[in-house]
Design a protein around this ligand. Structure first.
Ligand code: SF4
Ligand code: SF4
Length: 387
């Protein structure tokens, strides 16, 4: 697959279906929407990589930036009609790995600094505060607890995502769930590191986490981020992980269904934004919607692009921190909040700390502060709770 992408990459014949959603009426590749040059689309990147492999172009920093503006949203994999469609994003990641090994001086400065911060201080947000500072009052993980709540770098350091982590921890506590967090001892999950092509650092981070969880006897992990969920559930097992992984909405859905969390009437019109790493990567579309539908009075509206066709917020592959697609009305987070607002929603519900960060900043850029609130499903549920 990714290992022999060099033999297959020429098979893309530039038909362009991968730029669209499934109705072929909207462009759905975030980097193409942002830059509107074919080279920023999937096929453009594949052709560029192929030309590099054949020695027809030399990498420079600009070409490097084109390679790195793919946010790994997987829309192309969903829409490409060819048998190799599933491998498309892995091919782009494989080219980034090659770039890391052979052309390290040409990788964009923001990518280099993202990776360096993780290597040096364990998070890409340049945060120097103790990682567990957010968790004041939240139980630490102790052997025998049923779940480890893993909050990740954003959940530990980003203001909005910390509120998200805190809300989820509060809900678990109120429902009587046996859980704990790692606080200062938590490490980065490495998912973004891998998508940026730094496989060695990814394996180092993943192996550290796997060993730590094993020593603590962790059997079940609740991830607040779909990116961590994806890495731990689908990539860690190849490195020896044998614990169960849940996304937090899966546990909340169970707790609501079993009557352990009860909600009161809450009048609100809410649109749900599917995170790529929960939806297209893991096929989880209904569970977060079921949590929202469980709140009486809450009206769930759908945006024109949803589920497999959802338009990415632009935060994937480290862009929640690097934001290589920023600076325009066509930046994906701004496009997406306009879409949410036009759907008539007053609340844009998310299930991912990257989406929370990206879409919150876009609401401000679009001047929608008093019209649209971005809130994660845990916060929505917490506000509607009968206590
Ligand atoms: S990646 Fe697939 S859909 Fe996109 S241009 Fe190539 S063959 Fe067509
Ligand atoms: S993964 Fe997303 S951003 Fe990257 S090329 Fe495919 S559609 Fe575009």
């Amino acid at each position: 697959m990714a290992e022999d992408y060099t033999k297959q990459i020429h098979r893309c014949f530039n038909c362009g279906y991968c730029k669209f959603d499934s109705t072929y009426s909207e462009f759905n590749c975030p980097s193409y929407v942002r830059f509107r040059f074919d080279t920023y689309s999937t096929s453009g990147r594949l052709w560029l990589i192929n030309a590099w492999l054949r020695g027809e172009v030399q990498w420079d920093e600009h070409l490097g930036e084109i390679l790195y503006t793919c946010v790994t949203c997987r829309n192309c994999a969903e829409q490409c009609i060819m048998r190799f469609s599933n491998d498309l994003v892995d091919w782009i990641i494989a080219a980034r790995r090659d770039m890391m090994e052979k052309e390290q001086g040409k990788i964009p400065q923001r990518v280099g600094s993202f990776l360096e911060e993780i290597y040096r201080i364990g998070n890409p947000l340049k945060a120097r505060m103790p990682r567990g500072e957010w968790a004041d009052g939240v139980p630490g993980y102790s052997k025998g607890a049923e779940y480890l709540l893993y909050v990740g770098c954003l959940g530990s350091f980003d203001g909005k995502a910390r509120e998200m982590a805190k809300s989820i921890a509060t809900l678990l506590g109120l429902a009587g769930v046996s859980f704990g967090v790692l606080g200062d001892d938590e490490g980065c999950c490495g998912n973004e590191v891998r998508t940026l092509g730094e496989q060695t650092l990814f394996e180092l981070l993943a192996n550290n986490n796997i060993q730590q969880f094993r020593e603590l006897g962790v059997r079940k992990v609740i991830a607040i981020s779909p990116h961590s969920y994806h890495a731990m559930k689908n990539l860690y097992p190849a490195l020896g992980a044998d614990f169960e992984v849940l996304h937090y909405t899966q546990l909340l859905e169970q707790l609501v269904r079993d009557g352990q969390l009860k909600t009161r009437d809450t009048q609100a019109k809410v649109a749900y934004h599917d995170p790529c790493y929960l939806g297209r990567y893991n096929g989880i579309y209904d569970t977060p919607r079921q949590v929202l539908r469980g709140v009486p009075g809450l009206e769930l509206v759908e945006m024109p692009r949803e589920r497999q066709d959802a338009f990415c917020c632009g935060g994937g592959s480290g862009n929640f921190a690097m934001d290589l697609l920023e600076g325009s009305r066509d930046s994906p987070n701004r496009v997406r909040v306009r879409e949410a607002y036009e759907s008539g929603a007053a609340v844009l519900a998310v299930a991912c700390p990257s989406c929370l960060t990206m879409l919150t900043s876009a609401v401000e850029s679009e001047g929608l502060d008093d019209k649209l609130v971005v809130s994660d499903i845990g916060q929505i549920l917490k506000q509607a709770l009968v206590t």
